[in-house]
Design a protein around this ligand. Structure first.
Ligand code: SF4
Ligand code: SF4
Length: 336
């Protein structure tokens, strides 16, 4: 018999993921209102610091600067805090930032689960038809995200010296990246719109297209997770080869080909553990030695995330030292 209490895990994940998506939409709305106040007048809305979560490249610059100088980015501190939190969560909780919090991953999974349901309905089968790229294409495509990551790491960690970091982070360009990102989504060029539509369509037919093939953020967290303490293990003696785990795995990992899931692709979602019909066949372990309750992963992840956030908030590492009026001045420059 499967551990029936684990069946609640996928619902917990949807709840947490959905709540973070709503929070991101709320942040986007607040930022839009702030931008409108800055460039068009009207009611004042305070700039939400969490908008900096969407500036990971600037956060990587800030992280290098912090490591070199000990100075915590005063202009975009929330961006750096969220980036550090994602790295810490990635290491300790199997890339859990992607699996439990990231709104892009959630949207991508929901788009594909729609296809799953529809194909299962059309075929009148409980097993969905999953479109998979052949291995000769799938494996090289998975490398794309590492190439993108390598490009950014080379540019920032290797090429930028202290002076370049300082110049970048204090430049009007860096200060207005949040507003530029908003404008990018509000008024995308034809090319950008075409790319976004392609990504949505590809995510509908191919499971987690963006996360599996293109996201450099996820690639970085996956590499960190390789050295982390938590792993999913499979007891091949108990496995009945039903493939339920592979049908549900958002990262499309060949779970039944492995005894130990040592892979940078696993996002720690625990869908496989929850759906496996064999008791103790798939388990969450610490270094493949000690078995853990799978509930400890989301619990630990959320506790650590909120602890880091509260610590940053109450130690002055959350809100920018730049007053909102100064942001207004810079936004008006790009608006003009
Ligand atoms: S769901 Fe469990 S029993 Fe079925 S193939 Fe996967 S590991 Fe084996
Ligand atoms: S192997 Fe299991 S925990 Fe890892 S991504 Fe796939 S379903 Fe989630």
């Amino acid at each position: 018999m499967p551990n029936r209490q684990f069946l609640v895990l996928p619902w917990m994940r949807r709840l947490v993921h959905g709540a973070f998506l709503l929070f991101c939409l709320f942040t986007g709305l607040r930022f839009y209102q702030f931008y409108q106040w800055a460039v068009a007048g009207g009611n004042y809305t305070q700039r939400p610091p969490s908008v900096e979560a969407f500036l990971p490249i600037g956060a990587l610059v800030s992280l290098k600067q912090f490591l070199l100088t000990g100075q915590y980015d005063p202009l975009h501190p929330a961006g750096l805090t969220i980036f550090i939190a994602a790295l810490v969560l990635g290491f300790f909780f199997r890339k859990g930032f992607c699996g439990w919090l990231c709104p892009v991953g959630y949207i991508s999974e929901q788009l594909h689960s729609l296809t799953n349901r529809m194909t299962a309905l059309v075929r009148q089968s409980k097993r969905p038809y999953l479109l998979r790229l052949p291995p000769w294409l799938d494996y090289p495509m998975r490398l794309l995200k590492y190439l993108l990551l390598g490009f950014f790491l080379y540019l920032i960690l290797w090429k930028m010296d202290r002076a370049a970091l300082e110049n970048f982070s204090r430049s009007p360009y860096s200060i207005t990246t949040d507003a530029r990102m908003l404008l990018f989504f509000l008024h995308p060029s034809d090319l950008a719109l075409g790319i976004m539509i392609c990504l949505v369509l590809l995510s509908i037919v191919l499971r987690n297209f963006w996360c599996r093939y293109l996201c450099p953020y996820g690639a970085l967290l996956g590499l960190l997770a390789l050295g982390g303490p938590l792993q999913v293990a499979r007891d091949s003696k108990k496995c009945i080869d039903c493939k339920k785990c592979e049908d549900i795995c958002p990262a499309d990992i060949k779970i039944t080909a492995k005894k130990r899931l040592v892979t940078p692709e696993c996002i720690g979602c625990l869908e496989c553990v929850a759906r496996c019909p064999q008791e103790d066949c798939l388990t969450l372990t610490v270094f493949f030695k000690k078995k853990l309750s799978p509930f400890l992963l989301p619990l630990g992840l959320l506790i650590l995330f909120f602890t880091l956030w509260l610590t940053a908030k109450y130690t002055g590492h959350w809100r920018s030292s730049l007053p909102d009026d100064a942001f207004k001045h810079f936004y008006q420059m790009i608006h003009r």
